[in-house]
Design a protein around this ligand. Structure first.
Ligand code: UT7
Length: 331
């Protein structure tokens, strides 16, 4: 029998209806459309406004979109992984709620958290379950309701983040399509530069912490930026070299959408032309775990069987990495 690889065979995506534009942010904090556009590439982001709806709402909608498009029977799904940095609740698994609500009643499920690299790491985990031959249908969802942890008085963060969800189905492939290689890393000394300090187990939330917005995201943008530029480009180069790929072999760069300048720097480092760089940051901002699957969802119609995709991400922790995947179908 030939080697089993883990191929993406379906994608789905969802963003909430409410659009938070740069113009609207001008009325909320001391910023302007021109600064945000030139420094980040973002024009607008989507926000999930309804009370009581958390990340699972985005995950369910994205997964449902995949199910509707592909016609897959949710009862055939064996594992649901929800990659997220903003779980619905503590102590209750977001993935279990998601799996039940999409009708994946024969699946087990778990959440996976690695900040903005959650979905990338999730691809690695999903692939191992498929490659082992143990499971044949693994649903990987990346979803984040970032608005739940953003201080809308802090111009350093509120201009960047948005809410969204995306989903992919992994299935076995014996023709050589699917995940080919990965290069994943982390460095905990980066934690101080991007975190929500209170509300976790180290520092449970207190009224004072909430008053001072310490339960919401803080970032030293410059330091995160520098590390993201260096590391995303570095791992992209490593994965190309290791697989004897040159720029002309790459069909698409699928890079985490945190800042257009970071994506451009990664593309420049591997000398990739702009037309091969997937980009939707202008419409959604940084949706953390959802950026990569939302790109696949938006670009699905342009993808062709055999295309070589290079994924790259960088996030809090720090966490980062790159994955090389051969696309498995024409849509
Ligand atoms: O997903 C992984 C996590 N996040 C990231 O990867 C994000 C990484 N960082 C970034 O994308 C960028 O660092 C930011 C977009 C957050 C900031 O851009 P920057 O070019 O690094 O700006 P800066 O922090 O160096 O600030 C430059 C100037 C400062 O003014 P002065 O001191 O030069 O007078 C800031 O006070 O821009 C000012 N500034 C703003 N002005 C208007 C900072 N934020 C804003 C703003 N609007 N929203």
């Amino acid at each position: 029998m030939s080697k089993i690889s883990a191929a993406i065979t379906a994608v789905g995506g969802y963003v909430p209806d409410f659009v938070l534009t740069n113009k609207m942010l001008e009325d909320m904090v001391d910023t302007n459309d021109e600064w945000i556009t030139t420094r980040t590439g973002i024009k607008e982001r989507r926000i999930l406004k309804e009370d009581g709806k958390g990340t699972s709402y985005l995950a369910i909608k994205a997964a449902q979109n995949l199910i509707d498009k592909s016609g897959i029977n949710p009862k055939d799904i064996e594992l649901v992984i929800v990659a997220t940095a903003t779980p619905d609740m503590k102590a209750a698994s977001t993935s279990a709620y998601t799996a039940t609500h999409i009708g994946a009643t024969n699946a087990f499920s778990f959440d996976l958290e690695a900040a903005c690299s959650s979905f990338l790491y999730g691809m690695s985990v999903a692939a191992r379950y498929i490659e082992s031959g143990k499971y044949k249908k693994v649903l990987l969802v990346g979803a984040d309701k970032n608005s739940s942890m953003i201080n809308y008085e802090d111009r350093a963060t509120c201009i960047i983040f948005g809410d969204g969800g995306g989903a992919v189905l992994f299935e076995p492939n014996e023709e050589g399509f699917g995940l080919q290689d990965e290069f994943l890393r982390s460095d905990g000394s980066g934690r101080e530069f991007l975190q929500a300090t209170y509300g976790g187990s180290s520092y449970p939330s207190t009224p004072d912490a909430i008053k001072e917005h310490k339960h919401q995201v803080f970032q030293d943008g410059k330091t995160v930026f520098k590390n993201a530029v260096f590391n995303m480009a570095d791992v992209a180069v490593k994965i190309l070299d290791r697989n004897n790929l040159t720029t002309k072999d790459i069909s698409w760069l699928v890079a985490h959408q945190a800042n257009k300048r970071i994506i451009d720097a990664t593309a420049n480092r591997i000398e990739l032309e702009e037309e091969k760089v997937m980009m939707n940051i202008e419409r959604y901002g940084n949706t953390t775990s959802a950026t990569l699957p939302l790109l696949l969802s938006d670009y699905e119609s342009k993808l062709k069987k055999g295309d070589n995709l290079i994924f790259a991400a960088f996030g809090g922790g720090f966490t980062w990495g790159s994955i090389y995947l051969k696309w498995a179908y024409n849509s």
